[in-house]
Design a protein around this ligand. Structure first.
Ligand code: SF4
Length: 331
């Protein structure tokens, strides 16, 4: 590893770049904690372009933290449906109820960190962006930028490396402008210091970047433990009758997808007649790649555990992402 970069000069260069390059995004037009929190949770799992329509719809349906606290769970899951990681939506509602009980969002990192589902990253983002507190964020984008700036040889999946990068992020932080600084480094990771194609010629941090100086930008961050992808073949049936569709609901208490509605799999309807293939697609959940074949099917009598649901009701129901894709909806 090289010596520490000149953080003061790098900080100034980053701030100058951000003022000219930042994207105009709805959550950047406010410093209210509620909409910023919603955006931060959504962006942990989804790209900005994909998250935008969900963000707008979510705030239309639940415009305040009180509205989110009181929402029926099925409605909440329906609005979240397609974003995945449903435990995050449930935790958001728990945290919303805590915020309502407290009479407002806590104004310290520790207070925010104590809310359901809020980890170090979200607490630092809210503390800095909403309350101007000097807490550096450390997400995947920031870790990549810092690992490259420092040419850090450590495995970024290891807690030791994360701690070292967290300390570097805190040192790099502009303590008088933490909101702008945190957003700037995340924006740099999203627009310039990209995972596969870092655009070093356009990067304001190039004079301070050790990985670039070594010509090894693509080699960082180092990831030693790569989980193998597992292929899973799945056939699901679209069984329609008299304007209704055959579905089943995942039971309450049944893990992160509890309460969601699914199409029957071929295995669960052994008595069904399988007809034409409607579509095929691939869907990745963590390290599993589902190779999904969707067939029209018919059945004389629905077995126990299945429900005929009116097609007109489908849009209000929390369908799993696989079910939505299988029905030809864009998730
Ligand atoms: Fe990333 Fe290249 Fe900028 Fe270094 S110079 S921070 S590798 S984009």
């Amino acid at each position: 590893m090289f010596a520490t970069p000149d953080w003061t000069a790098a900080r100034k260069a980053l701030a100058r770049w951000y003022r000219g390059a930042q994207r105009d995004l709805p959550w950047r037009r406010t410093s209210e904690p509620y909409p910023i929190w919603v955006s931060e949770v959504m962006l942990q799992q989804t790209r900005v372009a994909a998250a935008l329509p969900y963000y707008v719809r979510f705030l239309e349906r639940f415009p305040t933290v009180e509205a989110l606290a009181e929402a029926p769970e099925q409605e909440l899951l329906s609005v979240w449906s397609g974003l995945g990681y449903y435990s995050r939506a449930r935790n958001m509602q728990k945290a919303a109820r805590q915020v309502v009980a407290l009479g407002g969002f806590p104004r310290t990192f520790e207070g925010l960190r104590a809310l359901a589902g809020i980890g170090d990253y979200t607490a630092a983002a809210l503390a800095s962006i909403c309350f101007g507190l000097p807490h550096a964020v450390l997400d995947g984008n920031v870790m990549r930028v810092l690992a490259r700036l420092l040419a850090d040889p450590g495995d970024v999946t290891s807690p030791t490396t994360r701690r070292r990068l967290a300390a570097a992020a805190q040192e790099f932080l502009h303590r008088r402008h933490p909101a702008e600084h945190n957003q700037a480094i995340m924006e740099l990771g999203a627009l310039v210091c990209l995972p596969r194609e870092p655009d070093c010629p356009r990067c304001p941090l190039r004079p301070h970047c050790h990985a670039h100086a070594e010509g090894r930008a693509r080699e960082f961050p180092v990831k030693l433990r790569k989980q193998e992808k597992v292929e899973v073949a799945l056939t699901v049936f679209v069984v329609e009758r008299a304007g209704k569709l055959l579905l089943w609901q995942r039971p309450e208490g049944g893990g992160r997808m509890a309460g969601f509605w699914e199409l029957p799999s071929a295995d669960s309807l052994p008595g069904a007649g399988a007809h034409e293939v409607l579509r095929r697609f691939r869907h990745t959940i963590t390290h599993q790649v589902h190779d999904v074949c969707v067939r029209r099917a018919s059945i004389a009598r629905a077995p126990r555990g299945f429900t005929w649901v009116a097609l007109a009701r489908l849009r209000e129901m929390p369908l799993s992402t696989i079910a939505r894709k299988a029905l030809g909806e864009r998730p």
